[in-house]
Design a protein around this ligand. Structure first.
Ligand code: HEC
Ligand code: HEC
Length: 382
């Protein structure tokens, strides 16, 4: 009998604990977080940032608009938009920039790895190309430093558009409908060649930006734009989940490169990232920190598209990301890459991980319907 009472008491104790666990975080805690985050960001709780890291507080997007742009650069962007969507810029006449950077898919392609000319697969995942105007370096490994150099690369790349850039200007000049657009952008009677084509595409790409999200609305004073769970996620993002160490500022990136442990060093599919450009062994396996704006719409993620579920990605961060160990033959290798010292095992439970994902949805918005332009035709009567 005594035993029965004790075990009954014990059971109800367990039941109580599990009920209170299920009920989740105490409301009081969420309330106090909301009160803190509804204040000016200068008064937000201190973020957990490692020493030596230069960081900016998370912030709303700002849109420069057209005020600072002269009319010729607006005309260049208009021409660039046509070129961006025109498959005649590829040797097969089948692939345009928009084949991989599709506005309906937040300017990505939804594939693990890009597929281009002759259905060949590249080795990298197609990133979104929003909000690049202020980027310093482009591509996952930063190998191009201007948007026109980047456009040139995409066109010439044998697994992307595979076009001969010496012949492309003549091919475009033959399309009569383009003449008026080039004249508007570069002046009447001006010659147009590779440089003008690249400059126009770059002007268009520089103007592609993501739309305001619930987070932006919150920052601008609409305090109900974020749910309690999202504010909790924002707090974790800045504190014990440590994301802000690399994903910070209005774009949720730091303009830097980090090794998260996915270089496949020494294997046939190795991708050495920034090292390919810098030649510095310390840069092996480093890739550019991507912006997280609209990230819930740009899966699969990472330079090789290895994650297609956000839960799995966050679980990997929670585990501190893989820390590959050298095989016996590699022990003497002084260049064996080390993962970023800013990655640590995280003490975040499943509910906290869900709150972070909920915050990521609050920095994501569906794109507006985008009307593809009608392409210039060869028949001037049209
Ligand atoms: C076959 C698919 C494909 C096509 C076509 C394509 N891209 Fe890309 N784009 C990619 C991939 C993949 C990457 C990343 C490659 C890398 O990092 O090595 C990329 C990267 C970029 C970036 C860099 C983004 C960043 O965050 O640094 C820009 C800008 C870009 N492309 C613009 C263009 C333009 C402009 C065109 C047309 C001239 C174009 N792309 C055509 C697949 C494509
Ligand atoms: C040490 C710097 C660093 C930290 C800390 C960090 N990230 Fe990242 N993050 C990166 C880099 C670099 C990449 C790209 C890696 C690659 O492609 O190999 C990335 C990629 C991502 C991606 C995929 C984006 C895409 O477009 O492919 C997501 C989502 C992401 N991080 C979320 C987070 C979250 C959430 C946290 C906190 C739990 C976090 N990151 C912490 C540097 C960091």
């Amino acid at each position: 009998m005594k035993y029965k009472v004790i075990s009954l008491l014990f059971l109800s104790y367990i039941l109580l604990i599990s009920i209170s666990f299920k009920a989740g975080v105490p409301e009081e805690f969420l309330k106090s977080l909301r009160a803190q985050y509804e204040k000016d960001p200068k008064e937000w709780p201190k973020p957990e940032v490692d020493s030596g890291i230069v960081w900016k507080e998370l912030a709303a997007m700002t849109y420069p608009g057209n005020s600072g742009r002269d009319s010729s650069s607006i005309k260049k962007a208009q021409l660039g938009k046509l070129l961006f969507f025109d498959p005649r810029l590829s040797s097969s006449n089948q692939i345009s920039c928009s084949s991989c950077h599709d506005p309906e898919m937040s300017w990505t392609d939804g594939r693990k790895l890009a597929i281009g000319h002759d259905h060949q697969s590249g080795i990298r995942n197609t990133p979104s190309i929003q909000n690049l105007a202020e980027n310093r370096l482009f591509l996952w490994d930063g190998r191009r430093n201007t948007l026109s150099a980047q456009a040139r690369e995409a066109m010439a790349n044998p697994v992307e558009m595979h076009v001969d850039l010496d012949q492309l200007p003549a091919k475009i000049r033959k399309i009569k409908g383009y003449k008026v657009y080039f004249e508007q952008a570069f002046g009447k009677g001006s010659k147009y060649g590779e440089e003008q084509i690249l400059e126009s595409i770059a002007a268009f790409v520089a103007g592609i930006s993501s739309r305001p999200t619930r987070f932006d609305n919150f920052m601008k004073g609409r305090k109900r734009a974020l749910s309690d769970q999202q504010i909790w996620g924002l707090h974790l993002f800045r504190t014990k989940a440590r994301c802000i160490n690399c994903h910070n500022g209005a774009m949720f990136n730091d303009g830097e490169f980090h090794n998260l442990g996915f270089s496949n060093y020494g294997k046939p599919n190795q991708d050495l990232g920034l090292y390919n450009i810098s030649g510095n062994p310390a840069d092996i396996g480093k890739f550019k920190t991507p912006s997280l704006r609209d990230v819930m719409r740009t899966s699969p993620w990472f330079h090789d598209g290895r994650f297609n579920e956000m839960e799995a990605l966050i679980n990997m961060y929670t585990a501190g990301m893989p820390q590959p160990k050298p095989r016996v033959a590699q022990i003497q290798d002084p260049n064996y890459p080390k993962s970023s010292p800013h990655l640590k095992k995280l003490d975040i439970n499943l509910e906290e991980r869900a709150a972070i994902i909920s915050f990521l949805t609050a920095i994501t918005t569906a794109p507006l319907e985008f009307k593809r332009p009608e392409l210039p035709s060869n028949d001037l009567k049209q």
